[in-house]
Structure formats: structure tokens, C-alpha cells
Ligand binder design. Structure first.
Ligand SMILES: *[C@@H]1O[C@H](CO)[C@@H](O)[C@H](O)[C@H]1NC(C)=O
Ligand SMILES: *[C@@H]1O[C@H](CO)[C@@H](O)[C@H](O)[C@H]1NC(C)=O
Ligand SMILES: *[C@@H]1O[C@H](CO)[C@@H](O)[C@H](O)[C@H]1NC(C)=O
Ligand SMILES: *[C@@H]1O[C@H](CO)[C@@H](O)[C@H](O)[C@H]1NC(C)=O
Ligand SMILES: *[C@@H]1O[C@H](CO)[C@@H](O)[C@H](O)[C@H]1NC(C)=O
Ligand SMILES: *[C@@H]1O[C@H](CO)[C@@H](O)[C@H](O)[C@H]1NC(C)=O
Ligand SMILES: *[C@@H]1O[C@H](CO)[C@@H](O)[C@H](O)[C@H]1NC(C)=O
Ligand SMILES: *[C@@H]1O[C@H](CO)[C@@H](O)[C@H](O)[C@H]1NC(C)=O
Ligand SMILES: *[C@@H]1O[C@H](CO)[C@@H](O)[C@H](O)[C@H]1NC(C)=O
Ligand SMILES: *[C@@H]1O[C@H](CO)[C@@H](O)[C@H](O)[C@H]1NC(C)=O
Ligand SMILES: *[C@@H]1O[C@H](CO)[C@@H](O)[C@H](O)[C@H]1NC(C)=O
Ligand SMILES: *[C@@H]1O[C@H](CO)[C@@H](O)[C@H](O)[C@H]1NC(C)=O
Length: 572
């Protein structure tokens, strides 16, 4: 199974420890601590970079790519990945690489979130933009199961247990060659491209005579994702335009939500396992027949499927990908949806708690002040948000970088209940709303725009048939709206917040949003969610990102702990 351990600091993007100033060196873009640059802007040399394992081989698609497949097939050039695979059952020519959940290389959401896109009417201005960005395509994390699977396959081949045949013949010479944790070349491209795109969309919001603050974490892929983005937006000399604040991401630093790292928050994995047993039964039989003497298991099949997206982004092509049918790839996407929903989203008892830090930061920013949350109510380390030297304020453009699981929790903590639909472990529901490859693929982006209109903008926008009609109600006054996009598509806010007007454009009045957001901190129930003692729930019982009941005393913990009524904490 995949691991979704939530690392320190990433949920809030707002904690850090004191670093030692280092000697200045000069490189383009990067900042070093010096007499003029304080420690919290240091990006080089890197601190707390985490594991940085490079791959064992370099890609060589020109030699390894079997495309085009057969004399009949027309040629589609790789750009840079090979995505033109012949997949059984793919009648619509849809790309299986967009069915890889959080392991899909970035693509704009192809179906939207239930709203069409509308222009900003003449006379209306976008005054600020808040971006939350995921890092780009990477190798498997250190806790992923694929490296062990890779080693096992190699051993089975070497020690003669397995005699691979048919479509698995390639395993007789296959080696696991992936690195760990760090960005692959595709990941660098995704962030650079995203910076370029963001420049075209929002460049005018950057005041060229200011230096803004942007935040990421110290982990190598996080820091570099931010840097590639800045290079795309500003150019290589971006350190003239932005001070990057890398927040320490390392075990034992900063605040952690305990229950998000234990069995209470693995409901998604449990649900996924049930679904894997269903949709992978046929594939397991098929592959087992090609494994010679080796007893190929269902877990092997899931690992085999999981290697495909990793090899794809690392090497441009993977022999594991076309072992599976289109329907099996749809099944794979759904395992990730189940995992994110149950481990990190509305189906998790810690969903809201982990994400509430960023929510409170944005709420504070929109009101023009520093976050002012009581200690122990978020993952925010208050030291790092206590000063405008490290907390961005009064900017027109905000750039923050985070992780997939945290962005899922942030969506939950915002109470975007459109994505709270329960996901049955027996198979996808009709009109499924949470599709992870559409919300948090590699290089995912969540963007809030603040929009000032001279008068209220009509909830029903004029159509082309009555294009001459005004976009405005003429009976109202100046109105400020907020507009959310994820993966470049509008998230209609009224679907999550009944207080918001049902609008074609999905916008909501800012004053309404601020009223709603004022209640989110309490709803997250951080301390109980993260430190409380409650029993794990079967899939479907949790639908609001918090534990089901305040004092669920169906306890299963061992001795040595006592329940402390007032604090909802177990004390050793
Ligand atoms: C918060 O950050 C400060 C400064 O970076 C650090 O010294 C402190 O250990 C952090 N707090 C916690 C609870 O980890
Ligand atoms: C593969 O074999 C090596 C060498 O014997 C061993 O260290 C490793 O643990 C094996 N891997 C697995 C997954 O069994
Ligand atoms: C062959 O390697 C596999 C995977 O490491 C291991 O489980 C198995 O025991 C080994 N068999 C022999 C005969 O060494
Ligand atoms: C492996 O399988 C092939 C074909 O299935 C067979 O011809 C060969 O004898 C087998 N080798 C071993 C070592 O079992
Ligand atoms: C840009 O920033 C400078 C320096 O802070 C300020 O004087 C100027 O008014 C700003 N320009 C705009 C258009 O906001
Ligand atoms: C970055 O800052 C420099 C120096 O202040 C300025 O000339 C340049 O226009 C800025 N870059 C962008 C993309 O605005
Ligand atoms: C193969 O593995 C399955 C479980 O995955 C087990 O039920 C079965 O007994 C095993 N077969 C043999 C021959 O070991
Ligand atoms: C934040 O700053 C205020 C005023 O500077 C100070 O009173 C407070 O103790 C600080 N809080 C933390 C957690 O550093
Ligand atoms: C930010 O803007 C608000 C409102 O315009 C103002 O009250 C506040 O002093 C500003 N803060 C900083 C740090 O500039
Ligand atoms: C939009 O910006 C223009 C130019 O700065 C300004 O004249 C106008 O008043 C603004 N409109 C609104 C609704 O803020
Ligand atoms: C303005 O007119 C619209 C459409 O007729 C109506 O829905 C809205 O309530 C009116 N607003 C005010 C402030 O009168
Ligand atoms: C899950 O919810 C159902 C229906 O509300 C309830 O009967 C059941 O007790 C809950 N499960 C647990 C473990 O609390």
C-alpha cells in the first residue's frame, strides 16, 4: 500500500525552527543567509532537504520506446512522455495516464466541477490571487511499497522461483531503477510551465517594484518546485522579486497531528483494499498464469500497477502500463480516491484538523492581519506567522507550496462539501465528485481570486443569444467576490456553501465567505481530532472530516493510558 504519512509542518505551511546563518555564496535565484539576508530566507545550501536518492539509470526513450505499435499505427511523438499506448478496452482514446490519481502528471481537469467558465465582465477587476501549489512529479517516497516490490521481483528472477512468460517476459531482465523522493525531470517541467502559465494569467498583479514573500518547505522536492515555478514566472533572477521562506519539514520539528499518523486515519487504505480485491481479481489470475512457479498475489498486482506511473514520469515509458485494461486503470484511479477520502479528506477523522492551518492563514490574510489562532488549535507554529518578515501580508499575489495529502485536507478544512460524497469500497458512485487526478495530481494548483465589481454581477450570465444584455444588476452597489479554481476549472462555491448564491460563474460574495470561514476553526476540532481517543470507523461512517462523536467511549487502547476528560487527551 501507499503510505500517506503526514510530515511535520506541511499541513499548515507555517512552522519552522531557527536555522544557523550560513556564509553567503552567489548563485542565480537562490538565497543564502548573509548580513543582508536573514536565515529564514535561506535556500542554499539546502537545510533539512530529506532523502535525495537519484535514479540508477537515465532515460533513453530513443532506444527503449516501442512506439509506434505495429505497422498500422500512426506515429504520435512523445512530448516528452510516451502516452500513446495501445490499451485494451480503451475505445475513446482516453489517456490512462490521467487515471493515476495523485501520481498523474499534471493536466487540467477535463470535465470541470459542475460549473462552466465565464469571463470577468468589463469594469470588474481581479485585485488579488492566492495560489496553493503541489510539488511536481517525483520518484516514490521512502515509505512507498514499490521499491520493496521491485527488489522482490528481481530476487525471484535471480533465485529461479519465478519463470516469467508472455506479457511478463520482460521481467526476466527488468530491474527496479527508480530513485526516491526528489523531482524527476517531468516534475521540473510541470513547475516551470506552471510559473509561465501563472505569469500569463496573473502577471499584472505583481508590482515590479516590490519583493514578495512566497512559502514552501525545506524538503528538496518542495524547495525546488517553488524555485522552478519562480524561474517560470520571473526568470532565473527571481530572487530580485521574491523572498522564498522554506519552512522546516522534518520529523520532530514543528506541530504534528498524532492521529493523522496512526490507524485512526487509515480508513482510506482499508476501503481501498476491499476495492482492490474486487477490480484486480481478474488481473491477478491473468498475471499469476505468467509467473511460472511463483505464487503471484493480489498485492503484487496492485504494486505492478503502481510502478507504471512512477516509471512513466521517470523514464518516459513503462512496460508495466499496458499489462492492464482501461477498466483496470479506472479501478486504479478509484483506489486513490478511496485512500484520499478516507485517510485525508471528508472520510477521515483528521481531515479537517490537518488542513485548518492554511485555512486560518488565508482567512487572516483576507482580513489584512497576521493569523491569530490560539496555540493547539492548528498545526501552525505561531513563531513563523508572527511577523510580516515570514508571513506574507498585503500582497496582491500569494504563492504557497504544499503536498497532495495536505491539499486534500485543506479542501476538507475549507468545508468544500461538494467533495464529501461518501465513496463505497465496492465501487464508484454515480456522479462521483472527488477524483484525485482532477484535484491533486502532480503539480496540482488551487487558486482563489478576489474580484471587485462596480455593481453586483448577474447570477445568470447573459448568453450569446442576448450578448448585448448587461452583466450587471443596476440596482446594487460595488460588490467583492471570491472565485476558486482547482486544476484550472471553477469550483462552484454554492455547491459546498448553501449561504452562497447559486451562480453560473460559481463565485460567492467575499463577505459571505468570511462569515462562513469564521466558523471553520471550531468545526475542525483540532485537539480532539488529533489527540483524542475515539474508535476507528468503517468506511462511510465519517463524512465531515472530523471524528463522529465527541466522546465515543468504545475504546480499544491498551493499558498505561488514562482518559483525561477535560482535555480529551490520553496522558501516559
Ligand atoms: C516553532 O518554530 C520555532 C522557530 O522556528 C522553533 O524554535 C520551535 O521549536 C517550533 N515549535 C515547535 C512546537 O516545534
Ligand atoms: C532481495 O535479496 C536481497 C539479497 O539477498 C535481500 O537483501 C533483500 O531483502 C531481498 N528483497 C526482498 C524484497 O526480499
Ligand atoms: C527468492 O526470493 C524471494 C524474494 O526475495 C524470497 O521470498 C524467496 O524465499 C527466495 N527463494 C529462494 C529459493 O531463495
Ligand atoms: C520457463 O517457462 C518456459 C515456457 O513457459 C519453459 O519453456 C521453460 O522450460 C521454463 N523454464 C524453467 C526453468 O522452468
Ligand atoms: C508598487 O509598490 C510601490 C512600492 O511599495 C508603491 O509605491 C506603488 O504604489 C505600488 N504600485 C501599485 C500600482 O500598487
Ligand atoms: C523582478 O524584479 C526586477 C528588479 O526589481 C524587475 O526589473 C523585474 O521587472 C521583475 N520581474 C518581473 C517578472 O516583474
Ligand atoms: C498463494 O497465495 C494465496 C494468497 O495470496 C494463498 O491463499 C494460496 O494458498 C497460495 N498458494 C500456494 C500454492 O502457496
Ligand atoms: C507574537 O508577537 C506578539 C507581539 O510581537 C507577542 O506578544 C507574542 O508573544 C508572539 N507570539 C509568539 C507565539 O511568538
Ligand atoms: C496591511 O493592510 C492593512 C489594511 O490596509 C493595514 O491596516 C495593515 O497595517 C497592513 N499591514 C502591513 C504589515 O503592512
Ligand atoms: C478597476 O480598476 C480601474 C483601474 O484601476 C479603476 O478605475 C476601477 O475603479 C476599478 N473597478 C473596481 C470595481 O474596483
Ligand atoms: C436587484 O435585482 C435583482 C434582480 O431583479 C434582485 O434579485 C435583487 O434582489 C435586487 N437587489 C437589490 C439590492 O434590490
Ligand atoms: C457506523 O455507523 C453505523 C450507522 O450509523 C452505526 O450503527 C455503527 O455503530 C457505526 N460504527 C461504529 C464502529 O461506530
Amino acid at each position: 500500500m501507499m503510505s500517506f504519512k503526514v510530515l511535520a509542518a506541511c499541513g499548515s505551511l507555517a512552522s519552522a525552527a531557527v536555522l544557523n546563518p550560513r556564509q553567503a555564496t552567489t548563485t542565480s535565484g537562490t538565497s543564502t543567509a548573509s548580513a543582508t539576508e536573514p536565515w529564514y530566507y535561506q535556500t542554499s545550501p539546502e537545510l533539512f532537504a530529506g532523502p535525495t536518492v537519484t535514479g540508477l539509470i537515465a532515460p533513453f526513450l530513443a532506444q527503449t520506446n516501442p512506439a509506434p505499435w505495429g505497422a498500422e499505427a500512426s506515429f504520435v511523438a512523445n512530448a516528452p512522455l510516451e502516452t500513446n499506448l495501445p490499451i485494451k478496452g480503451n475505445t475513446n482514446d482516453q489517456s490512462i495516464f490521467q487515471l493515476h490519481g495523485h501520481l498523474s502528471s499534471y493536466f487540467p481537469n477535463p470535465i470541470g466541477f459542475g460549473s462552466n467558465e465565464y469571463p470577468v465582465p468589463p469594469g470588474t477587476n481581479i485585485s488579488a490571487v492566492h495560489l496553493l501549489h503541489r510539488h511536481g512529479s517525483r520518484y516514490p517516497t521512502g515509505t512507498a511499497s514499490v521499491p520493496i516490490f521491485g527488489s522482490k521481483i528481481h530476487n525471484l528472477t535471480l533465485n529461479g522461483t519465478a519463470n516469467w512468460s508472455g506479457e511478463l517476459s520482460f521481467l526476466n531482465t527488468w530491474r527496479y531503477n527508480l530513485g526516491a523522493e526528489i523531482l524527476v525531470a517531468r516534475g521540473r517541467q510541470e513547475l516551470f510551465d506552471s510559473g509561465v502559465l501563472f505569469y500569463y494569467n496573473y502577471g499584472a498583479l505583481y508590482n515590479t517594484s516590490t519583493k514578495i514573500i512566497a512559502r514552501t518547505t525545506t524538503q528538496d522536492r518542495m524547495l525546488k518546485s517553488a524555485e522552478y515555478f519562480m524561474a517560470g514566472f520571473f526568470g532565473l533572477e527571481y530572487s530580485r522579486n521574491v523572498s522564498l521562506v522554506p519552512i522546516i519539514e522534518q520529523d520532530f520539528f514543528n506541530m504534528n497531528c498524532n492521529n493523522s499518523n496512526n490507524y485512526l486515519s487509515t480508513g482510506g487504505n482499508n476501503a481501498s483494499l476491499i476495492w482492490e480485491n474486487i477490480y484486480l481479481a481478474k488481473a491477478t489470475k491473468r498475471l499469476k498464469a505468467l509467473a511460472g512457479g511463483y505464487n503471484w498475489t493480489l498485492a503484487d498486482t496492485y504494486n505492478a500497477q503502481s510502478i507504471c506511473p512512477y516509471e512513466e514520469v521517470a523514464f518516459g515509458y513503462s512496460q508495466w502500463c499496458d499489462l492492464f485494461t482501461y477498466e483496470e486503470w479506472q479501478g486504479f484511479e478509484y483506489t486513490i480516491d478511496l485512500q484520499f477520502n478516507g485517510n485525508n479528506g471528508f472520510g477521515s477523522p483528521t481531515g479537517r484538523a490537518v488542513g485548518i492551518g492554511y485555512v486560518e492563514e488565508l482567512y487572516a490574510r483576507l482580513q489584512g492581519h497576521l493569523p491569530n489562532v490560539p496555540p493547539g488549535t492548528t498545526q501552525i507554529n505561531t513563531t513563523m506567522v508572527n511577523s510580516t518578515a515570514t508571513f506574507p501580508l498585503n500582497q496582491t499575489m500569494y504563492l504557497d507550496f504544499s503536498h497532495d495529502t495536505n491539499i486534500m485536507s485543506i479542501i476538507t478544512a475549507f468545508g468544500l462539501k461538494q467533495f464529501a460524497q461518501p465513496l463505497p469500497p465496492t465501487g464508484p458512485p454515480a456522479d462521483q465528485q472527488l477524483i484525485v487526478s482532477h484535484t491533486t495530481p502532480f503539480a496540482a494548483r488551487m487558486v482563489w481570486e478576489i474580484i471587485h465589481a462596480p455593481q453586483p454581477v448577474k447570477a445568470t450570465r447573459p448568453t450569446s443569444a442576448n450578448a448585448a444584455a448587461s452583466d450587471y444588476y443596476t440596482n446594487g452597489t460595488a460588490t467583492t467576490y471570491i472565485h476558486l479554481t482547482i486544476s484550472q476549472r471553477t469550483v462552484p462555491l454554492y455547491k459546498s456553501y448553501p449561504q452562497c448564491e447559486e451562480r453560473d460563474d460559481g463565485w460567492c460574495e467575499l463577505s459571505t465567505i468570511l462569515e462562513i470561514w469564521g466558523g471553520l476553526l471550531d468545526q475542525a476540532r483540532y485537539d480532539y481530532s488529533c489527540n483524542g481517543m475515539y474508535s476507528p470507523q468503517p468506511a462511510g461512517n465519517i463524512t465531515n472530516g472530523v471524528p463522529v462523536s465527541k466522546r465515543d467511549l468504545g475504546l480499544t487502547f491498551g493499558s498505561g493510558l488514562e482518559f483525561h476528560e477535560n482535555s480529551d487527551r490520553w496522558v501516559m
